[in-house]
Each structure stands twice: as C-alpha cells, then as structure tokens.
Design a protein around this ligand. Sequence first.
Ligand code: SF4
Length: 325
Amino acid sequence: MSTPVIEMHGLKKYFKSGNSLFRTKQWVHAVDDVDMVINKGEIVGLVGESGSGKTTLARLILNLTQPTESEILVDGVNPRKATRAQMRQLRKDIAVVFQDPGGNLNPRQTVGNSIMRPMIIHGVNKKEGYERALKALEMVKLDKSYMDNYPAQLSGGQQQRIAIARALVLDPKIMILDEPTSALDISVQAQVLNLLLDLQEEMGLTYMIITHDLNIVNYVCDRVFVMYLGKIVEYGSTEDVLHRPSHPYTKGLMAASPILDPTQRDKNPERLSGDPGSLVHLAPGCRFAPRCKYASDKCRADQPQMVEIEPGHCAACFLDVDAEK
Ligand code: SF4
C-alpha cells in the first residue's frame, strides 16, 4: 500500500507586491490551490515554464516559506505545528540539491568540510562526521582523496556529486532536486541521473525533481505534475502524461521538447506561443486561455476543475469534461 510522505490539499502561497510610492497593493498567486500527494519511494517530476510556481512549491515543502492558506504534511507532520524534536527530525528527513553546485559550495571550504557541515550543525562529532563524509563520497562514487580538494578544482559533474553527498549525510527520506542536471554537460547529466537512480533504489528515497526538461522526467520519474501559473493542470504516471498528454499546455510543452523529432518541432500544431503572462493580473477563467487555441467563452469565464481521464491521470481542462459527455 502507498504511504504518503508529502501531502497538500488546497495549498496557497500569495506574495504581496506593490508600489509603496503610489500605495498600490497586489498579490502574486505563486501557488494557488494545489493538491498533491507523493508516496514513499516515488520519483515525482514537477514541470512547467519559468515562473509557474515550481520553486515556490519546493520552498514550501522545505519550510523555507509559509503557506498563505492550508498546510503541508511531511511524513504526517505539519511543520507549522511541529514540536522542536519533530522539527529537528524534519530537517534531517528532507534534503535539497540545487541547480548550480558551484554556487552552492563554499569556495573557501574543502570538500570534506562542506560535506561535514550539516552534520556538525546537527551535533555529530568531528570524528564521526569525517567517517560519514568518507562513506558519502563512496556512495557518490568519488575517491576519498577529494576530501581535501576545493570546489574550483572540480568539474561541474564532480561538484554536483559533492552536493548530493552533502545532501545524503543526514540520512534523509526525501530529496528535493531543483534542476539537478541543467548546469551540466549532456554526457555528465546521464551519469548524475544514473547515480540518483542507484541511490534512490539503495536507500529507498523519495524524490521530487523540479525540471523543465521532459527528457529527464521520461528517464527517471514514476509520475509527473504539470504546473502553469501557480496551478497544477495535469498529473499522472509519466507514461500517461508524456505519451498521452491531455491538457493543451502539456501538449505545448511536449511540442517544445526534443523528446519529439526536433526537425518537426516548429511544425507541431500544439507548440506554445506567447509567454505565460503575469501571476498578478490573472484572467478570471482558465489561466491558459490567452495562449490556448481551443479557448472558448466558457474557458474565459470559468476555471476548469481537475477531472480523472483514466485511472490516476487527471487534467483540468473543459475539453476533457466535454469529451466525456
Ligand atoms: Fe484551453 Fe479551455 Fe482547456 Fe483552458 S480549459 S486549456 S482554455 S481548452
């Protein structure tokens, strides 16, 4: 039976923005009414263009920002109501790996010190920290001699392995991977993805991979959520969503991806045009309507609700509802 490790229902995160000079106040709807359940051991992809709210959603899960409405349960615990002991455990249970490993490693610290730092913060003594750092290096398939290197002496792929080793040392249950390979060469990307797959299997980890690259989703993810202007518009198994996309936005992402024959990309009738627009001035109906070639008056007036198209595969589009009638 599936055990949820991350759960959210109707989650909202709005940021206040405005011009203090003109005393105007506006709300940025970064995450708007998001439902999501991620089960233990799953690899889930979160895709969408820049500005769709993916990173804000990850920051909410990491408890780096607080929801405006509703809450997130991580392994059954609501971080906002957690005791100090539960909070300490949550910080160990969720690890994060960012896009730019070079930028996230302190250039003045050796690899060994960078890997040991989270353990020192959590009260692990230096000797044990050192042993565990060596073990982490072994897990990411790097020689222990790298302990004394500085980040500038390493390649991008090696730096990302160090960032993964650092994320692993507290024995997490969940890893949030924010564009984990986008700063790497194609050949190194495959190595890092294979390493992540090996570690996931070995340690029974749960991954949430934020990416704009559908090839990565296709290669590693069990399920995928598609996000557009703060809302989830489609989700399901990777097979269902990528091979039988339903929402016009998902089809547009597919048309823009080298998953398809790149020579056909510009001719694909589903390809996206225009940009996502603003998270402040939102149209009343479907948020994708200004870019959607199927948009009707109904789409511009009402927001489509999520409907199940096939078991476990859902999309929020009136075309699916009308097709069922
Ligand atoms: Fe397009 Fe309408 Fe579907 Fe929105 S609800 S994606 S506008 S067809």
